[in-house]
Ligand binder design. Structure first.
Ligand SMILES: Cc1cc2nc3c(=O)[nH]c(=O)nc-3n(C[C@H](O)[C@H](O)[C@H](O)COP(=O)(O)OP(=O)(O)OC[C@H]3O[C@@H](n4cnc5c(N)ncnc54)[C@H](O)[C@@H]3O)c2cc1C
Ligand SMILES: *[C@@H]1O[C@H](CO)[C@@H](O)[C@H](O)[C@H]1NC(C)=O
Ligand SMILES: *[C@@H]1O[C@H](CO)[C@@H](O)[C@H](O)[C@H]1NC(C)=O
Ligand SMILES: *[C@@H]1O[C@H](CO)[C@@H](O)[C@H](O)[C@H]1NC(C)=O
Ligand SMILES: *[C@@H]1O[C@H](CO)[C@@H](O)[C@H](O)[C@H]1NC(C)=O
Ligand SMILES: *[C@@H]1O[C@H](CO)[C@@H](O)[C@H](O)[C@H]1NC(C)=O
Ligand SMILES: *[C@@H]1O[C@H](CO)[C@@H](O)[C@H](O)[C@H]1NC(C)=O
Ligand SMILES: *[C@@H]1O[C@H](CO)[C@@H](O)[C@H](O)[C@H]1NC(C)=O
Length: 599
């Protein structure tokens, strides 16, 4: 009786008043490593340690300098941002508005605050660099941040007063025809595969695949990190309905765990960790050093584009959206996958008009019969053409291979355009919604404010193989029944006050995302953890559904002290918003080892 009461008492105390020891070591405290210790640590990581300031710092006393000119020229360029330890892709996660700290390139009149930019970074070039950094952070109780490209919309790659592991320099890529997972029975082959280092960007992966005439499931962006948050969060793709989610095609991860050990996880070794790394989210279970992904033969592809428009605000617009959505199941059944944008208020300056419009790009991998695809669209076009206010443009074209689609249409130039401030709201929608009540979705979307050029992005990246695969992983089960992942974004400018930023955040969280949730009921589906509101309510169920409890247990098993904490990540509810102080001890009594060892 007594030990139980005692531990209960301590738990309640920890909840009410975080102890000093429940917080990370901060720079002004005596626990902070001395210059000598930093030096020794630097040598242990091959001199790859840098002290970090926000990228725009170089402009604060020297606007005319060459260094500042470079920052100004490249500040929108995701490839450049990915490589800078003092930047992420969305500037709002560089700032720390609650502390009044920012260092925006647009507001050089204000002092440059460190914000959420890490104080030190290990620019890792080897697994050993990562191991040393994990050990050093643990030994000194430092807040640790893992940054790859810094694309995370939820701010998971920055943390204030932290030591960063920058993974984006780890660019190894190697191919094998017959991949045998470590620990697998002799002769067991998973077929052709590619192993990529932690820092390989999607565009680099596609280029290497193109040279080999192979293809793998990955996303539609230049700099998103294929082995980082992307695949660990599930990874959706225009190739997903053909071959499954990116995480469904991950065969093995090499990982540095919280104790600093380097180990291999796959179907045969450390299975619980392998399960968690496929959909459990980045930055939570360990630092991935490399991942092995299945590759496929190249294939021809058909690309279809469809534009629908009406005069701006015309009531026929939302009926057209409903009609379009009603056709999604048939397009998906035929193998179609892709993206569309809905713009309720779209100025077309060249034509001197404003319309309400939809633009769709749908791809049909491994298909060559254009007439068959034309036929698929025919009934939709016929229905839309009946209304005179609705204008349509449609075309389908064959391409020789998927590499051509990627390099000439989907991912051209050499960088994504990033650098602004953004918050996302999103929801997954089930196939059933489109079969039974697509009008419900239109009636909700029209209630969400959309100014000029603002709107919604529809990702038709589930259905097909995403629905049919039997891979057991941490991926939210809602992905298997969804047909659509829909997002919108809210931006603001650097002069926006904290009060105004909070108002935007509150409206996204309490009004706009609630509207999206209302379509199928608050808990019916969920949201994609990589493209969702950073302040998502009930994030555990939104991002992982019924998988959450097991994920939480696996987290406690591999990282009992919470070294790896990210915003709205597994186990983050035990910490404050910045992951600086523990606000309650983990729910030890919930943790049995049975279901974990079952995996
Ligand atoms: C322009 C753009 C396009 C996108 N397109 C797609 C798309 O087509 N499909 C899709 O599914 N998603 C897409 N996303 C979302 C993308 O998957 C996420 O932003 C993802 O988190 C990016 O991973 P990253 O490692 O590059 O980013 P980061 O922000 O660097 O990292 C994201 C998270 O992963 C952690 N992490 C990074 N590397 C590691 C590692 N080696 N080990 C452990 N943890 C790590 C970080 O700590 C952080 O928690 C897109 C995002 C943007 C901005
Ligand atoms: C780490 O060592 C390298 C090489 O000696 C040096 O260039 C760098 O400035 C050091 N980093 C820090 C933070 O002192
Ligand atoms: C973006 O930045 C990268 C890296 O600095 C550079 O190589 C590339 O040319 C830049 N792209 C553009 C379009 O400026
Ligand atoms: C493409 O389709 C053909 C014919 O159905 C099939 O044999 C081949 O395996 C498919 N290619 C891929 C990469 O799935
Ligand atoms: C654009 O349209 C508006 C009203 O429809 C008209 O007044 C204006 O002259 C037009 N401008 C041009 C450049 O055609
Ligand atoms: C629909 O109308 C467009 C022009 O507005 C036309 O090109 C197309 O052939 C029509 N399609 C059908 C199926 O009626
Ligand atoms: C649809 O609109 C886009 C953007 O304006 C354009 O590039 C594309 O050619 C249009 N599609 C068709 C079939 O006209
Ligand atoms: C909140 O969001 C709704 C829906 O988009 C919008 O109509 C309303 O104007 C917003 N309110 C504020 C205060 O921004």
């Amino acid at each position: 009786m007594r030990p139980f009461l005692l531990s209960f008492f301590l738990t309640s105390l920890a909840y009410a008043h975080p102890h000093q020891s429940d917080c990370r070591c901060r720079p002004h405290q005596s626990c902070w490593p001395s210059p000598k210790e930093w030096d020794r640590f630097n040598r242990s990581v091959d001199g790859n340690l840098v002290a970090v300031r926000p990228v725009a710092d170089v402009c604060h006393d020297a606007i005319e300098s060459e260094a500042c000119q470079l920052v100004q020229d490249l500040s929108w360029n995701s490839t450049w941002r990915a490589a800078q330890p003092g930047a992420v892709q969305w500037q709002n996660w560089e700032a720390w508005p609650e502390r009044g700290e920012s260092c925006y390139i647009e507001t050089l009149n204000k002092p440059c605050g460190q914000g959420r930019i890490s104080l030190y970074s290990t620019i890792a070039t080897s697994a050993a660099n990562i191991q040393e950094t994990v050990r050093f952070a643990r030994e000194h109780n430092l807040r640790l941040a893992i940054k790859n490209s810094g694309h995370c919309y939820l701010g998971r790659s920055t943390a204030p007063e932290s030591l960063q592991i920058q993974t984006s320099h780890m660019k190894d890529i190697s191919f094998v025809d017959d991949f045998t997972p470590k620990g697998a029975p002799r002769g067991r082959s998973e077929g052709s595969a590619v192993t990529i280092g932690a820092g390989v960007a999607l565009q680099e992966l596609y280029a290497a695949l193109g040279e080999k005439g192979r293809i793998a499931v990955a996303g539609a962006a230049h700099t998103v990190g294929a082995a980082g948050g992307y695949v660990q969060g599930g990874g959706h793709s225009f190739l997903g309905p053909w071959k499954g989610m990116a995480s469904d095609n991950a065969l093995q991860f090499t990982v540095v765990t919280a104790d600093g050990n380097l180990l291999v996880t796959n179907e045969y070794l450390n299975r619980d960790l392998f399960w968690a790394l496929r959909g459990g989210g980045g930055g939570t279970f360990g630092v991935v050093v490399d991942v092995t992904l299945r590759t496929f033969d190249e294939a021809p592809v058909i690309i279809s584009t469809l534009n629908i428009s009406t005069p701006v605000g015309h009531p026929a617009f939302w009926d057209a959206i409903t009609e379009f959505h009603a056709h999604l199941p048939a397009l998906s059944d035929a193998g179609g996958a892709g993206y569309y944008r809905i713009f309720p208020d779209l100025p077309l300056p060249e034509e001197n008009i404003t319309v309400s419009g939809v633009t769709l790009a749908l791809v049909f991998p491994n298909q060559t019969d254009v007439a068959r695809v034309d036929q698929l669209f025919d009934s939709l076009l016929t229905k839309l053409n009946v209304t005179s206010a609705v204008t349509t443009e449609y075309a389908s074209d064959p391409l020789p291979d998927i590499h051509t689609l990627i390099s000439e249409i989907l991912i051209t130039s050499d960088a994504d355009i990033t650098g602004g401030m953004t918050l996302v709201g999103s929801r997954m929608y089930s196939r059933g919604l489109f079969e039974n009540g697509p009008a419900k979705l239109s009636s909700v979307l029209r209630k969400i404010r959309a100014g000029p050029y603002e709107g919604f992005t529809g990702h038709i990246v589930s259905g097909g193989a995403v629905a049919n695969t039997h891979v057991d992983s941490a991926l939210h089960p809602a992905w298997r029944e969804s047909l659509l992942h829909l997002t919108f974004g809210r931006g603001w400018d650097p002069e926006t006050s904290l009060a105004e930023q909070n108002a935007i955040r509150d409206n996204v969280t309490n009004v706009e995302v609630e509207l999206l949730r209302s379509v199928e009921g608050s808990h019916r589906m969920g949201a994609y953890l990589n493209e969702a509101n950073a302040y998502e309510k009930d994030f555990q169920s939104s991002f992982w559904g019924s998988n959450y409890n097991l994920l939480y247990k696996i987290k406690q098993r591999w990282d009992p002290t919470g070294l790896f904490i990210t915003r709205s990540g597994v186990g983050s509810e035990d910490w404050d918003a910045e992951g600086l102080c523990r606000i309650r001890s983990h729910r030890l009594r919930d943790i049995g080892s049975d279901d974990v060892s079952e995996l």
